[in-house]
Design a protein around this ligand. Structure first.
Ligand SMILES: *Cc1c(COP(=O)(O)O)cnc(C)c1O
Length: 439
């Protein structure tokens, strides 16, 4: 079957994300017609193992029968209703279950559709909290070097990735950045926890000077995704939590990528034994089916908005806030976590992923900083090629794997359904792609 008419039409009418469209003069689009478990099938029948969970959203495979069944049932019941003045069973059940997963420390769920909106909601809620409590000057934000919290103009204020931010710098009210506790920065004899303590000292210096006008610190707990799977010690989160308490600054945990079990616990923050004041979820929460994001907030935050005065309320809204189909997909996703004891099963799966990666890459002369956090695995490649990522991606497709390096960092973030054979296929494909990209 020839797929080229579809590709031509796509290039004429679809403006693809995160893409210099001109590069598609030489790099063909991949037309996907079907998904099955961890696999995507293209128009020529070629099967690709989805090693990046379709941009980190898919948890339990494509066209998962259990999520499909829940969605079919929901489709026949209620597809959507506005959430201002109305409510429905899926959004209530989802909010209750998420609150329970935080031990009811974050018991109030506010909904949107994408991750960047969740970031903006958390920032707006934080600043509005301080305004409602008589401290309107607390309206600045702090993020870590290399942070990524989304690409809308508001979210870019706390996103420190030059390629996404620089062109829009004049539009953005940029926040402050403090050093990242990147474990790769450890000097001789230093541990990841030492790096964390060093970074926390820099955070303390910043907050000591700026706490009076700082509303919140926002972090990607344990793993900074978009800047290249930068991993750090949970000690940083413990110290940051204590500093935020001491200086009266909110802590926002952006768990959009690391939540829903990616790092080994349902929330990454659990590994540090702390809870933030706001927690953002998106990506995996709907199983990778439908756009859904949310911000979980504490009783204290919620209470500061609860008032006779309308303007003290949080008046933010999106048309599809709390969409019943998306919430139902999320409920089916949480059901699978429970029924299949997914976090326990993933411990063994992550171990096998790590073993397979070490077998192929640990001694490789061009590979550095092989690292893993739960179901996220990455390494850096030493190469002079400026188009390494594209070469690796294209070679991967030829070997039946979808892997999309970030710069010179190759990473694996497969759905939680990959079996041993699929892990072997993924690593064999990656090894072949690496050889081709370095050739
Ligand atoms: C993907 C991502 C976002 C943005 O989510 P979108 O749905 O793409 O807007 C925000 N924060 C983190 C950590 C992410 O990985």
């Amino acid at each position: 079957m020839s797929s080229s008419p579809l590709l031509q039409r796509s290039l004429r009418s679809v403006w693809h994300p995160c893409t210099q469209m001109k590069q598609h003069e030489t790099l063909p689009l991949v037309p996907i017609v079907r998904g099955e478990g961890a696999w995507l099938v293209d128009a020529d029948g070629r099967r690709l193992l989805d090693g990046v969970s379709s941009w980190w959203v898919n948890l339990f495979g494509h066209c998962n029968p259990r999520i499909n069944a829940a969605l079919r049932e929901q489709l026949e019941t209620l597809e959507h209703v506005m959430l201002a003045g109305f409510t429905h069973e899926p959004v209530v059940r989802l909010s209750e279950r998420l609150a329970a997963l935080t031990g009811h420390r974050l018991g109030h769920a506010f909904y949107a559709s994408d991750g960047a909106s969740a970031t903006e909601i958390a920032l707006k809620m934080s600043a509005h909290y301080w305004r409602n409590t008589g401290r309107p000057e607390k309206s600045r934000f702090v993020s870590l070097a290399g942070s990524y919290h989304g690409e809308t103009v508001g979210a870019l204020a706390v996103t420190d990735v030059a390629i996404f931010r620089d062109a829009y710098a004049p539009l953005v009210r940029a926040g402050a950045t403090v050093p990242c506790p990147d474990a790769r920065l450890a000097g001789p004899g230093e541990s990841a926890a030492d790096v964390a303590r060093r970074a926390a000292a820099a955070l303390e210096a910043h907050l000591a000077e700026h706490h009076a006008d700082t509303a919140a610190l926002i972090v990607e707990p344990l793993v900074q995704g978009a800047s290249g799977m930068v991993m750090y010690d949970p000690e940083y989160l413990r110290l940051a939590r204590a500093l935020c308490d001491r200086y009266e600054v909110h802590l926002v945990a952006d768990e959009i990528a690391v939540g829903c079990g990616r790092t080994g616990t349902f929330f990454a923050c659990e590994q540090a034994g702390i809870w933030p004041d706001f927690l953002c979820l998106s990506k995996g929460i709907s199983g990778g089916y439908l756009p859904l994001s949310l911000v979980l907030a504490t009783d204290t935050v919620y209470a500061a908005f609860y008032d006779d005065a309308t303007v003290r309320g949080f008046l933010h809204s999106h048309s599809y806030t709390g969409n019943p189909l998306a919430c139902r997909a999320a409920l089916a996703t949480l059901d699978i976590f429970e029924q299949d004891d997914v976090l326990v099963a993933n411990r063994a799966r992550a171990e096998r992923l790590g073993e397979a990666a070490r077998k192929h890459f640990a001694g490789h002369p061009a590979v550095h900083h092989l690292r893993q956090c739960g179901m996220i695995l990455a390494f850096d490649v030493e190469t002079g090629a400026s188009d390494f990522a594209r070469r690796f991606f294209s070679a991967g497709l030829e070997h039946g794997v979808l892997l999309r390096p970030i710069g010179n960092t190759v990473y694996f973030m497969p759905p939680y359904v990959v079996d041993d054979g699929e892990i072997a296929h993924l690593m064999d494909g990656a090894a072949a792609a690496l050889a081709a990209a370095l050739a």
